[in-house]
Design a protein around this ligand. Structure first.
Ligand code: AMP
Length: 420
């Protein structure tokens, strides 16, 4: 397999799948260019080695072509600023102009295609189906799109370049035209970008060769959305700290009173099974014994502390309490590998964010003491950033969904497409 370091880019055009799905203000200015900065090492390497770069990405969730609110043209200035050179904008992904621009691209030049998701072909999801379309009709439309237009779309994108680089970890769990399908046109000329390489190295570090004890901290709102990752983590870790809204389903499943906390009764059997499996496998599950409970889901709410097994009627658990903070901290400090996904409280509301903050601080402290820490998922990353602890953890993943799916399946479509 070639790599970005071994490949000879001289005189070649590289089509690079980047993740430029950046936040914009109402005037279309980029408000946070982290993702643009993250792609720079790869793009600069290609140019440095005598290649030309064709950048492609999605932006938001447009439902049709030419919805200019989602045009990647808006972010060209931000890319030029980071790159320090002109970026030619094709204004489309298909069409004569894009093809001509790609064909005329000289070594050292950079061009960018329009938002890939202007085309239904990118995701392979048909548009414009009648609202009352039957499941069979939907399936047939999907099949027709995938077997016809999507194949043409992939072929067209591939025709612009001599080699393909995937540097978009955040979408590597999708089997889309630009993230996976295109790779087959470059059997000997496909590779990961530096960002992808770093992400995979960080996750493999944790999954394949972890220093023990290895602890995962899984927070978030629901058992139902985290159950597959919890199950697969139980195969790998020594302990799991379970926090966030999930806590109350576990508590209620064991006969606890959870007031009006978020709770999924249909998940009780699953929660009980997790407790049993953990015991059989010798995986320690750590729960907070106490909760910060509120009478409303707002910064103005009245609050008090309660046992997670005896939350008063009319109150809901919104964060861990002081005993939970102490227990989580002590546990984290005893670990050598730490993986964190999901806040342990309603982190968006300041008053309910101190539990997640104390988790972030404990992880930073453990890292300083020599542990390896990997943080993934929008909320936990936001928490670490907000506290200014980003450079005090080992690695911050750019992908939440992709990270979880990689842990669950040990592979991702965008990764497999390059490796196979
Ligand atoms: P997830 O996307 O599944 O990682 O969940 C993140 C969300 O979980 C955040 O929006 C948090 O506000 C939410 N969350 C965490 N703790 C609780 C809780 N105790 N009750 C309700 N939502 C929670």
């Amino acid at each position: 397999m070639v790599t970005i370091d071994t490949y000879d880019f001289a005189g070649k055009r590289a089509i690079i799948r980047v993740d430029f799905n950046v936040p914009l203000d109402s005037e279309g200015n980029v408000t946070d260019d982290t993702r643009i900065r993250a792609a720079m090492p790869t793009i600069k390497k290609v140019l440095e080695k005598g290649g030309a770069a064709i950048l492609m990405s999605h932006l938001g969730r447009p439902k049709k072509n030419n919805d200019m609110k989602y045009s990647l043209g808006q972010i060209v200035p931000a890319v030029e600023k980071r790159l320090g050179q002109t970026v030619l904008f094709a204004g489309d992904c298909m069409g004569d102009k894009a093809a001509e621009m790609a064909a005329a691209l000289k070594p050292g030049e950079v061009m960018m295609l329009e938002n890939l998701r202007f085309y239904a072909e990118e995701e392979g999801k048909p548009r414009g189906l009648a609202e009352d379309a039957s499941e069979e009709e939907k399936k047939a439309a999907k099949k027709a799109l995938k077997e016809g237009p999507q194949k043409e779309f992939v072929k067209r994108l591939a025709s612009y370049a001599d080699c393909y680089i995937n540097d978009a970890f955040g979408t590597a769990h999708r089997s889309h035209a630009s993230t996976a399908l295109i790779a087959k046109y470059f059997p000997n000329d496909k590779m990961f970008g530096y960002l992808m390489q770093n992400e995979l190295k960080a996750i493999d570090n944790v999954l394949q060769n972890p220093q023990r004890p290895f602890c995962a901290i899984v927070g978030g709102s629901k058992v139902s959305s985290k159950i597959t990752v919890i199950k697969s983590l139980m195969e790998r870790v020594d302990s799991i700290i379970l926090g966030g809204g999930m806590t109350y389903t576990f508590s209620a499943a064991q006969g606890g009173h959870v007031g009006k906390s978020i709770c999924e009764p249909d998940m009780f059997p699953v929660a009980l099974e997790v407790l049993k499996t953990a015991q059989e496998k010798g995986v320690k599950l750590v729960f907070s014994p106490d909760a910060l409970v509120a009478d409303d889901f707002s910064q103005e709410a009245n609050t008090q502390y309660a046992s997670v097994r005896a939350i008063p009627e009319g109150w809901e658990g919104v964060d861990i309490g002081p005993e939970g903070k102490k227990a989580f901290r002590e546990h984290i400090l005893g670990c050598k590998t730490i993986l964190w996904n999901g806040p342990v409280g309603v982190f968006e509301i300041d008053k309910f964010a101190t539990g997640s903050q104390s988790v972030a601080e404990a992880i930073a402290e453990a890292t300083q003491n020599g542990a390896y820490s990997l943080i993934g998922g929008g909320d936990s990353v936001a928490c670490v950033n907000k506290l200014g602890l980003a450079d005090k953890v080992s690695y911050i993943s750019t992908g939440g969904g992709a990270l979880l799916e990689y842990i669950e399946n040990g592979d991702l479509p965008g990764v497999a497409a390059i490796r196979e």
